[in-house]
Ligand binder design. Structure first.
Ligand code: ADP
Ligand code: MG
Length: 273
């Protein structure tokens, strides 16, 4: 079972016949998300990480190439059956302000409903409770989503995604608004979900957190020869291979020290190159 992108080219804006095709953001991208593993996307701001994630989440149609789930083009799947398999947590989610945490998390069950009206059975309620607990927001269940802090909101949205009962979880910078403690909690949770057989793709900026969780890292960067040309996947593979000092320095244009002999390697960005 695999969620795979093959030779993707991604761009924004629908090409019109009279206009030249919109410039590509990313080109030639191949990635795989396997069940029970985590793929971490890394790269500088604006390199196209979120764009690639949107393509995996079926929010953006590829200009070329395809995204497949178990060999089948995801755009050929029904909306509901796609949502039963793949949950996506965008960087910022706009939730209706009048919703409570429980109501938002319960919406995760909608891909499994036969009718438009959400009616929750015992199994649905058990799954909702489990997600609320796993994400540490059970105490907030009756609070309005609009009244949550950034971190609480982040954890609530992840709880909603888990409630979907997906095979794959796609997360765009899930640690961005979390303090250290919740970052560690989230990474532990994602580690557990991996062991439960979930396939996870996520965007993380912190090299050390990425190294802890990733089975595979895909490093996305601009095409240095072409200057402002579309980004490409510069390196992809296990952390030890991809996080080579020279590669990281080139892609991020920052000096990076790698401290060895302290358990896991520690990646320490120091100064601009
Ligand atoms: P990253 O997540 O790596 O920071 P993004 O994927 O968000 O980068 O953006 C990659 C490029 O695509 C940027 O140049 C950005 O300006 C452009 N872009 C992102 N979203 C849109 C959009 N909705 N419409 C047009 N261009 C976009
Ligand atoms: Mg982004």
């Amino acid at each position: 079972m695999t969620l795979a992108a093959k030779n993707l080219t991604l761009s924004y804006g629908r090409p019109q016949r009279a206009l030249p095709a919109p410039a590509a953001v990313l080109t030639g991208a191949d990635v795989k998300v396997e069940r029970g593993q985590a793929l971490v996307l890394q790269g500088p701001n604006g390199s196209g990480k979120s764009t690639l994630m949107k393509a995996l989440a079926r929010k953006l149609r590829p200009a070329a190439g395809e995204v497949t789930l178990d060999g089948k083009d995801i755009w050929q799947m029904g909306v509901q059956s796609f949502a039963q398999k793949i949950a996506y947590v965008p960087q910022t989610l706009t939730a209706p302000p009048f919703m409570t945490v429980f109501e938002l998390v319960a919406l995760g069950r909608s891909p499994h409903q036969r009718t438009f009206q959400l009616s929750l059975n015992e199994n649905d309620r058990a799954l909702i409770d489990q997600s609320l607990r796993r994400c540490g927001v059970e105490g907030l269940r009756d609070k309005l989503v609009s009244q949550l802090s950034g971190g609480e909101r982040q954890r609530t949205v992840i709880a909603m995604a888990l409630t979907q009962g997906p095979d794959y979880l796609l997360l765009d910078e899930p640690t961005a608004s979390l303090d250290f403690r919740y970052q560690i909690e989230l990474i532990d949770l994602l580690g557990q979900l991996k062991e439960d057989g979930l396939g996870i793709a996520l965007i993380l900026h912190d090299l050390n957190i990425a190294a802890q969780l990733a089975d595979t890292v895909a490093l996305i960067g601009g095409d240095s020869d072409a200057g402002l040309g579309p980004s490409r996947i510069i390196a992809q593979g296990p952390v030890e291979e991809v996080f080579a000092r020279e590669t990281l320095q080139r892609v991020f244009a920052v000096d990076i020290e790698i401290l060895k002999g302290v358990g896991k390697d520690v990646y320490l960005p120091t100064r601009l190159k």
